[in-house]
Design a protein around this ligand. Structure first.
Ligand code: H79
Length: 449
């Protein structure tokens, strides 16, 4: 725990050092990833891979309506009304400290905030449009406040940014809805001009609010966005901050909601992004499941909250598949994270206090997740997370290493038998945990992925 915190702050320092560097790609439009070795890539991804658990935040004026941020404009809420919600968005109880305190108490290591979602509203003080937080009655740059508080508390700060923008008239709106304002007479929508607008945003976010841990793109699937534009945007963002991490939604490689990157072309993006589902076991390429703690991304009154058991199962199955979990909360229009959601997050944090060594800085496997649960490993230890006991014993496939010790995490010894054919684990019912019984196998050598 201590050393993880230390290594995260070391990363923050590294990011800080790197942020002033501008490499050739910005001018040349090349893709830095092509010049990056596997070792360089692994080094850039290390803090993120070790972090394993993070907070996603979807927030904006739409929380006043309680409808979904991604698709209620022009549907449940007429465009005219939606685009004017910001004029009465006054989250007086917003406190960056409260949000970061909750993330910290949950055991989360980074935070991704919707700086701009599909509705085009900007949560920061941007010079490019008045459709931003400074033109609400609240008049505060919440991105800046959160970035500063995360830095204080040793959480890596990151932003979500939607490529598609249903408010801006230069985004090709024939795809969907009407833009939020009109271009001057005689001007036609111009996607190149829109890309310049996006690049100004990204520069403001990285240079004035960063360094950022991640740029989490979304909304890449619509027609106007192309593979070429995706590669160019990736190179641009890396040129602003070489050590930043960028998800695969910057380009056109993502396949559906499973989020894995197609291999028919060389697509830009550092990791895969399954949405509202736990990703498949995949150790070769990094991935991160994003999922809502309730049913909606943005706040909805009385939304159905996942139980602690569901949350732990999702976390364990994700990390056991070698992925990260980005768990989403939608703060309320008054600026607070709902007390019951905050409570659930604190419960997850309590579970992690006890079981964190089987989650943080581990890798998924060696056993593939199954009905029984999932496994993680680090150094000479394998953590078998038993979520459903099939009976008295659990049988797992053989591994190359020799098991030299076994116990419950922080508890008594566990009975484990190893043969060339299988490994069997038995734990008396009275020693089993209601949600997740973690059996630690000590090996004579580390597992290799
Ligand atoms: O920000 C949250 C949602 O608001 C946003 N993504 C998460 C992180 C989101 N916006 N829209 N959607 C999710 C659903 C879109 C699904 C589809 Fe598709 C777009 C179906 C067809 C096009 C994704 C891309 C699945 C196939 C291609």
């Amino acid at each position: 725990m201590q050393s993880l915190t230390r290594s995260l702050s070391a990363v923050a320092i590294l990011i800080g050092l790197a942020s002033g560097v501008v490499i050739g790609a910005e001018q040349a439009g090349q893709q830095p990833s092509k010049k990056e070795t596997q070792e360089q890539f692994d080094a850039r991804m290390k803090w993120w891979r070790d972090a394993r658990f993070a907070m996603f935040i979807h927030w904006g004026p739409v929380s006043l309506k309680g409808t979904e941020i991604g698709w209620s404009r022009g549907k449940q809420v007429p465009e005219e009304e939606y685009d004017n919600l910001y004029k009465r968005f006054n989250p007086e109880k917003f406190s960056a400290k409260q949000w970061v305190d909750i993330a910290k108490a949950a055991g989360m290591k980074y935070m991704v905030l919707t700086a701009k979602h599909h509705d085009g509203f900007c949560l920061w003080d941007t010079k490019t449009t008045s459709y931003n937080m400074m033109h609400t009655p609240f008049k505060r740059d919440v991105v800046k406040e959160l970035a500063a508080e995360c830095k204080r508390q040793g959480i890596v700060f990151a932003t979500y940014y939607s490529i598609l923008d249903w408010y801006h008239p230069d985004y090709n709106v024939s795809v969907r809805g009407r833009p939020g304002y009109k271009l001057p007479a005689g001007q036609a929508p111009d996607l190149d001009r829109y890309v310049k607008y996006m690049k100004t945003h990204l520069r403001e976010l990285i240079k004035d609010h960063g360094p950022l841990g991640i740029l989490w793109f979304d909304g890449e699937w619509e027609k106007p966005w192309t593979h070429r534009r995706g590669q160019d945007l990736y190179a641009y963002v890396r040129s602003l901050q070489p050590d930043i991490i960028i998800n695969n939604r910057v380009d056109k490689g993502r396949s559906g909601m499973a989020g894995v990157t197609k291999t028919d072309e060389e697509y830009a993006g550092d990791y895969d992004t399954p949405e509202q589902q736990v990703g498949k076991f995949q150790t070769g390429r990094p991935w991160e499941t994003c999922m809502t703690i309730c049913s909606q991304w943005a706040w909805k009154p009385n939304d159905k909250l996942k139980s602690l058991e569901e949350c732990i199962r999702i976390l364990v199955n994700t990390v056991g598949g070698d992925g990260n979990l980005l768990l989403n909360v939608g703060p309320m229009p008054d600026g607070r994270i709902e007390p019951r959601q905050a409570q659930r997050l604190r419960e997850i944090g309590q579970w992690l206090e006890k079981n964190g060594q089987s989650i943080y800085a581990t890798r998924g496997g060696p056993f593939k997740p199954g009905k029984w649960g999932a496994s993680t490993h680090k150094d000479n230890k394998v953590y078998v997370h038993v979520l459903n006991w099939p009976g008295d014993t659990l049988a797992l496939p053989p591994i190359a290493q020799k098991i030299v010790g076994s116990s419950l995490l922080g508890g008594p010894k566990a009975a484990v038998k190893q043969t060339d054919q299988e490994i069997t684990i038995s734990v008396p019912t009275s020693d089993r945990e209601p949600i997740d019984t973690v059996v630690v196998l000590e090996l004579d050598a580390p597992v290799r992925n």
